[in-house]
Design a protein around this ligand. Structure first.
Ligand code: GAL
Length: 461
């Protein structure tokens, strides 16, 4: 039996758009995910989060389920447009009341909340009126929204996460357009990432100046990163793997821990990579009390010239491929989940080591890890040995990393309940969007027009 350190946090995680439903209930404003899912062709089989797990209406019963399974920590996100229907200005009392009740229920059952301020469901009005995360003024609006959250919930929240996976917002939302707001650009991801980082810095600064001493909580950011293993031990492949990690995780973690974007990004991107002002840099450096990490998978990385690269590689998970010049691939012997993500527990241990070394031994919390797999029902019970094996493998890898000196403080399984999986909807066919590349290309390049129609229907903008 492997022992984890005293006080290690075990939990599960969810996100508002994936589980809440109640998409227009009691004063909630529409989000970019409401608009995106209503846009034809964006979601496999046309799934939406309009009802999904109906957590908005079943919250007490859901918390009871958590208590019955002995859950001690629960990570969830707040829907900005449920709290502030148009993203700025007015607050929706029903939205505040909902999350307040959730926090009280959790407290009643001794479950510690970990609260993410932003898990991708931007108020639609901010997208339409301001171009969303492309606009520098978003840092002010995010700070104001964060203030509403700290004021209303901070007395019961000791663990705040500003953003979930800014990489996904930048790349999947603004480069390949698989996720809301569905934009396709090679310049916007770097601008969006910059504003997300600035917004994070503003919210943390506000928390530290006005709330942290009274409320006594911690605040950080969650980044996602898969491991990149050099395909061979050639220096070129080793450099390619290192570069892939810096473009993936260093992009967001270097400014927070080291004070600027990775040098390799600056060299390759030139002035497509924005500069931080003196003030931004000051607010960002040291702005995470813990290193939040979502980790799922591993790929090989190898050096390839841009010309040789297969732009339509099914492994779209690498950032803007031509900027990195890294070719990603899988080992045929690796098992994959239903989402075609490889199951490689040792990649998790290696990534934890990489973070530990690059960022000076920070406290790390795995805020998501898990797998999408078929369940088999036997006598009314879920039989899922493959999931048990996955979790055992990854948790053992975490244990190995701790033994090697990594300061890992917690592990959250994705997810508490089956839910709406973004572009896959309720199917397991995430792969459709990568492999059926030709089909995807037929969809409109920019959803602006459809968004505007949906907004009009919803009385926004
Ligand atoms: C993460 C995301 C979650 C969920 C998960 C895979 O990237 O934060 O919301 O989609 O992947 O199921």
């Amino acid at each position: 039996m492997k022992q984890f350190p005293e006080g290690f946090t075990w939990g599960t995680a969810t996100a508002s758009y994936q589980i809440e439903g109640g998409w227009n209930a009691e004063g909630k404003g529409p989000s970019i995910w409401d608009a995106f899912t209503q846009t034809p062709g964006k979601i496999t089989e046309g799934g939406t989060g309009e009802v999904t797990c109906d957590h908005y209406h079943l919250m007490e019963a859901d918390v009871k389920l958590m208590a019955d399974m002995g859950l001690k920590a629960y990570r969830f996100s707040l829907s900005w447009s449920r709290i502030m229907p148009t993203g700025r200005g007015g607050v929706n009392p029903a939205g505040i009341a909902f999350y307040s009740r959730l926090l009280d229920e959790l407290a009643k059952h001794d479950i510690t909340p970990w609260v993410t301020l932003y898990h991708w469901d931007l108020p639609l009005a901010l997208q339409l009126e301001l171009d969303g995360w492309l606009n520098p003024v978003m840092a002010d609006h995010f700070r104001d929204y964060a203030r509403v959250c700290f004021e209303n919930f901070g007395d019961r929240v000791q663990h705040w996460i500003t953003f979930n996976e800014p990489w996904v917002i930048a790349i999947m939302g603004h480069n390949n357009g698989i996720m809301a707001p569905g934009r396709q650009s090679v310049t916007e991801p770097y601008l969006v990432a910059h504003q997300l980082l600035r917004s994070h810095g503003q919210a943390v600064d506000l928390y530290r100046r006005e709330f942290q001493s009274a409320q006594g909580g911690q605040i950080g950011i969650t980044n996602n990163c898969d491991w990149r293993e050099p395909k061979t031990d050639s220096p070129a492949d080793q450099a390619a793997a290192q570069r892939a990690l810096e473009f993936f995780l260093g992009w967001f973690a270097d400014p927070i821990y080291l004070g600027d974007y990775p040098a390799v990004m600056r060299e390759r991107l030139g002035d497509r990579l924005p500069e931080f002002s003196h003030e931004d840099r000051r607010l960002l450096l040291g702005s995470s009390d813990f290193f939040g990490l979502n980790h799922y998978s591993t790929l090989y990385a190898e050096e390839k010239s841009a010309a040789e690269m297969d732009q339509q590689s099914p492994y779209g998970n690498g950032g803007i491929s031509e900027d990195q010049d890294v070719q990603l691939s899988m080992d045929p012997s690796w098992q994959v989940t239903s989402m075609q993500w490889s199951v490689v527990p040792w990649g998790c241990a290696k990534l934890l080591q990489w973070i530990d070394q690059r960022y000076g031994h920070p406290p790390i919390v795995i805020t998501e890890n898990g797998c999408a797999l078929e369940d088999e029902l036997i006598d009314g019970e879920v039989h899922d040995p493959a999931r048990a094996k996955f979790i055992t493998g990854y948790v053992s890898a975490c244990h190995d990393a701790i033994q090697q000196g990594v300061d890992l403080r917690g592990y959250f399984v994705w997810t508490l309940m089956d839910n709406f999986e973004w572009a896959c909807g309720f199917t397991k066919r995430f792969g459709l969007h990568y492999t059926d590349y030709e089909t995807r290309k037929r969809y409109p390049k920019d959803s602006a027009r459809v968004f505007a129609e949906i907004a009009t229907r919803n009385g926004v903008g």
